[in-house]
Design a protein around this ligand. Structure first.
Ligand code: NAD
Length: 504
């Protein structure tokens, strides 16, 4: 299997961990806890295979990546079932992840050549006798560390851009979604059986395995996960000066203006808040509604939230909390909000029935509450009222996070969106920029830095290389001794002419 260790190493890797369905407790799979030596072996194999991959050229890589999308589309039901069994999220949500992943792979495959191909660039006046060339080269091997909440999308997203840019890849999926992550990784080799073993590899385990990947000599780490782990990843990468891409948490706000279509806003905000039980980095956690439409908006939200269905049924709106520890964070946030004077419009502490949390809507929650300031990552919407959209923007921007945001307004969407501090903003809907592969995806502030998707996402996994070539000589060389007085005088004259005149 791709990414698997040699038989001798695998036999020596004794510790394992079990993955269970969070709602039923049924065993989904057992995986090794890989050590630093194991990780080094997988990275070395990927590095060897990456030479072959880089040498194929972008047209052949594109062909193989497209073959991969075909294989994945043919096996979509298998993946939806596995994702559901492992994380409890409805199969429809896993399918949603898969569609977004396929769009990403296809976009990266088709655009890598355009974005990364060598090109001539202007040499500028000072170097006019030189030709200048820019190219984007593969980095080597990218380590991709992923969370559990998007068990397919986060590995696929990292793999798509890193592979399209000509790199080998080693993925470390979350300990809560390893089966789905491993399936995603191994699917590449199934679609490309003649590719050298290990080009796309995986390692499994807990934080120590992730930390070992950071220190394994990979050429880049693309990490998706929480802020505290992101800090640890960055510190581990600092040892070898390994560049990092950090996709971290969020506390995304939606602004509802007085001229918003309130039915559409309520539909979108409820979906954005409760989709996947609120366990989405780009999920809506806070809503700032303008006073003039507060009551009408709350009525619409309440009607919709009260109809949500929770459970393991095929068409349940959302399923269980995947990570048991998150349930206590949700409980702490709701308790704090209520103790500080917030009101439960729907549900309350009694909605927390592990492994499920039924929908909770909190209103008028003081801004200093943890439910407003920290990532809740559960099915809880906080809706606060503001006098106008300026105040809504001020509050939306008042956290350290800056991943996504949304605004609902018939006439003022773009101008409000421009003031929101976030990596991406959606007008009159939620999260839609995530599904557009040509747009960069990533955050600001505590939500991280670096980008997946788009031209920026491909360049993220590349190394720009500058080459210049002397085309002709222009008399006395600037790049040669001895220094002469004439040279100084000539450059002085040109400098004044070029930069000090009014036409500049
Ligand atoms: P997490 O930070 O606990 O774990 C993420 C991954 O890091 C796991 O694979 C884990 O094993 C690994 N890890 C843990 N300690 C490590 C260490 N010291 N060195 C290296 N790797 C280590 O996050 P999680 O609970 O799996 O995921 C939820 C978080 O992810 C939320 O904060 C959510 O907002 C965020 N997230 C962000 C995005 C985004 O695109 N910005 C997308 C999905 C999830």
């Amino acid at each position: 299997m791709t990414g698997q260790l040699s038989k001798e190493t695998a036999a020596a890797t004794t510790p394992t961990f079990d993955l269970t369905n969070p709602a039923t407790g049924e065993l989904v799979g057992t995986y090794p806890v890989h050590t630093a030596e194991d990780v080094a072996e997988v990275v070395a194999r990927s590095r060897e295979a990456a030479r072959w991959w880089a040498g194929l050229g972008s047209a052949e890589r594109r062909r193989r990546l497209i073959a991969w999308t075909r294989w994945l589309a043919e096996h979509s039901d298998e993946m939806c079932e596995l994702g559901f069994q492992e994380t409890g999220k409805p199969r429809g949500d896993v399918q949603f992840e898969l569609v977004a992943s396929l769009e990403d792979i296809k976009w990266a495959a088709k655009n890598a050549e355009r974005v990364l191909k060598p090109r001539r660039v202007g040499p500028g006046a000072a170097m006019m006798n030189f030709a200048a060339r820019l190219e984007y080269l593969p980095l080597g091997v990218a380590g991709i560390i992923t969370p559990w909440n998007f068990p397919l999308y986060t590995p696929f997203c990292g793999m798509a851009y890193a592979l399209a840019a000509g790199n080998g890849v080693v993925v470390k999926p979350s300990e809560l979604s390893t089966a789905t992550g491993v399936y995603a990784v191994e699917s590449f080799a199934r679609a490309n059986p003649d590719a050298p073993d290990g080009l796309v590899g995986w390692v499994s385990g807990f934080g120590e395995t992730g930390a070992a990947l950071c220190r394994s000599g990979v050429d880049k780490i693309a990490f998706t996960g929480s802020v505290p782990t992101g800090r640890r990843v960055m510190a581990a990468c600092a040892d070898n000066l390994v560049p990092v891409l950090l996709e971290l948490g969020g506390k995304d706000a939606a602004v509802v203006a007085a001229d918003a279509d309130l039915d559409a806003a309520a539909d979108a905000v409820v979906w954005g808040g409760y989709w996947h039980a609120g366990q989405a980095c780009v999920g809506v956690e806070r809503v700032y509604v303008v006073e003039a439409v507060r009551d009408a908006f709350l009525r619409r939200v309440r009607e919709r939230v009260e109809k949500l269905t929770v459970g393991l049924d095929e068409l349940s709106d959302y399923g269980p909390m995947t990570m048991p520890g998150q349930i206590e964070i949700v409980r702490r946030h709701v308790t704090d909000a209520l103790e500080r004077g917030g009101t439960a419009l729907v549900g309350g502490l009694e909605s927390i029935k592990p492994p499920y949390i039924y929908p909770i809507v909190l209103v008028d929650v003081p801004e200093e509450s943890s439910a407003v300031r920290e990532e809740t990552f559960g099915p809880v919407l906080v809706i606060n009222t503001v006098p106008d959209t300026d105040e809504a923007v001020r509050r939306a921007n008042a956290t350290n996070f800056g991943l996504a945001s949304s605004v609902f307004s018939a006439a003022h969407g773009p101008e409000i969106a421009a003031k929101l501090r976030a990596g991406g903003t959606t007008i009159n809907s939620v999260m839609t920029f995530v599904g557009i592969p040509s747009l960069p995806f990533g955050g600001v502030g505590d939500s991280g830095f670096g980008r997946f998707h788009g031209d920026d996402g491909l360049r993220e996994f590349s190394r720009p290389k500058a080459t210049t070539r002397k085309r002709f000589s222009i008399g006395k060389e600037m790049q040669a001794f001895p220094r002469t007085r004439e040279q100084f005088t000539t450059v002085r004259r040109v400098l004044k002419l070029r930069f000090a005149r009014r036409w500049n």
